[in-house]
Write a protein that binds this ligand. Sequence first.
Ligand SMILES: Cc1cc2nc3c(=O)[nH]c(=O)nc-3n(C[C@H](O)[C@H](O)[C@H](O)COP(=O)(O)O)c2cc1C
Length: 341
Amino acid sequence: MTKTDSISAPRAAKLSVAPMMDWTDRHCRYLHRLLSARTLLYTEMVTSPAIVRGGAVHLLEYNPEEHPVALQLGGSDPAELAEACKIAADLGYDEINLNVGCPSDRVQSGAFGAVLMENIPLVAECVAAMRAASDVEVTVKCRIGVDDQAPEEVLPEFIARVAAAGAGRFQIHARKAWLQGLSPKENRDIPPLDYDLVLEMKGLFPALHLSVNGGITTLDQAEEFLERGMDGVMIGRAAYHSPADVLCAADRRIFGTDGPDSDPVEVVHQMVPYIERHIANGGRLHQVTRHMLGLFTGRPGARGWRRVLSEGASREGAGPELLLEALDRVTGGDIGVEQAS
Ligand SMILES: Cc1cc2nc3c(=O)[nH]c(=O)nc-3n(C[C@H](O)[C@H](O)[C@H](O)COP(=O)(O)O)c2cc1C
């Protein structure tokens, strides 16, 4: 899909796949786009120092078919973020998102990510600089607070001041980040979810576009949040581990399109020419197929599919024929059903 025939990022934001480091790379997003034409896709976080000081512009490459696609930036230097935005805008991203939610050590030491929940004026300054740098919409992904902050106080203040600086949309991971003592992984599970607080924010800020994130695993849950007034739902791990369950019916159920749901078997066939191009350009099969292991999760043949791909895809010379061999395990009636991880 090119930018001109994809839907706008604010409309697509009714459902989005969350930014996930090492997971939502360009191959993963290409797969997700084949499963849903409408869902908004986020890149992994790319830091503004890497782009501006490190010259790592290759980290921003994407396939034109991925639109609508949002770049997530990590950083806390307004001028550097602005510079990164200019570069990203020239590349045609539909949205630029600032990460104020990631608790990893590396990110804390760079003074960005979730720790910025404690420095609202700096976030506002960053957003204002990013807005001034290009016409691309700037959005912010945040937590409800960090450490001993009181979320019911800090979250409304954060949203009000950052919105006044120019962010029109927020994706709120509905739990705190505890910056000391928990790993990033634990920080995605242990601090309790507070969906009610996020729903209250919609009441307080009716004009802003607010998405809820954290612990949502099905389209039924997504529909419920939309019915309760949220503007968008962002799904992370479930979309990665069981992409067909989350994305195949998304265009019809969330966006109201009339076409048939996408079919994961068909999507495997559509991945073949993509993989052929990737390999012809010097890439390896497993770089793409590692994101496809969960495609048949919960369906007959899932275990065989996963086994054939995980055992064969890293072998020297492995090509797309392995994908078709793995698909035989699914369409050929192998009965190994695998549950979502
Ligand atoms: C492997 C992994 C990497 C992640 N990387 C990022 C990231 O780069 N930026 C970010 O804002 N959040 C990141 N997250 C957090 C997700 O975007 C999301 O907020 C979190 O997983 C909660 O949503 P979920 O319960 O639907 O997975 C990551 C999560 C996972 C599992």
